[in-house]
Design a protein around this ligand. Sequence first.
Ligand SMILES: C[S@@+](CC[C@H](N)C(=O)[O-])C[C@H]1O[C@@H](n2cnc3c(N)ncnc32)[C@H](O)[C@@H]1O
Length: 234
Amino acid sequence: MVRLARRRGVGRAAPLLALRAARAGVSRVRRAVERVVDRSPRSVFLRALVTQPARVGAICASSPQLAARMAAWVDPAAPGLVVELGGGTGVITAALLARGVAPQRLVVIEQSPALARHLAQRFPQVRVVQGDAAELALLRAAPDWPRADDGAPLPVCCIVSGLPLLSIPPEVRQRILHAGAQVLAPGGRLLQFTYALRGSSPWQTAGLVSGGRERVLANLPPARIDVLERLGGG
Ligand SMILES: C[S@@+](CC[C@H](N)C(=O)[O-])C[C@H]1O[C@@H](n2cnc3c(N)ncnc32)[C@H](O)[C@@H]1O
């Protein structure tokens, strides 16, 4: 009798155990899929685009051609830091490193926490700061900013901006322009890409002067690179 009762118990428990095992299997697979999706640059970018469309300001990351043309305007041997604004998934960061900018001389500012995490994982040697480009002057004064032996913040010889200036609200845009022009060292260069193929660069309203421009058709949509300079510095 006892044996029979146990067998009956076992008979009722078996489907339950099988169901639990199947559920555990499904959540293991789901977690594995989520891990893979989280590492994919395209899905991190799309998530950021869905949550903050105006701040991301593009339907996809820049093409490698646009990134390479932006990087071509950067002198990797110039003394000081190269600061990238709006790193996204890191297409331009990768092009700057390929251009020969030392990772220790590169600082990337990205407002989206998910994209900043992605950048920090993808480029462990690069300083990735999760923050707002409008606060650049404050970020530069923070203790973790790269410093010279005498403790002074290293000068910024070049700013490479992937910020969607035209879709950012005017008040924030003004603060970004002011902060960027203020932090760029005299004689420094700033690069900005835009999908507006005509007109002057908003950076000119902050006192930077145009030093050239270039169209890059191999991008979706086609883009223009504006090269701006801060006068001075001999
Ligand atoms: C058009 S995407 C460009 C991404 C990448 N540089 C590229 O070329 O593919 C603009 C990026 O700027 C970031 N961004 C927008 N406003 C920002 C701000 N105020 N400070 C820092 N990053 C910002 C967005 O989160 C997004 O990653």
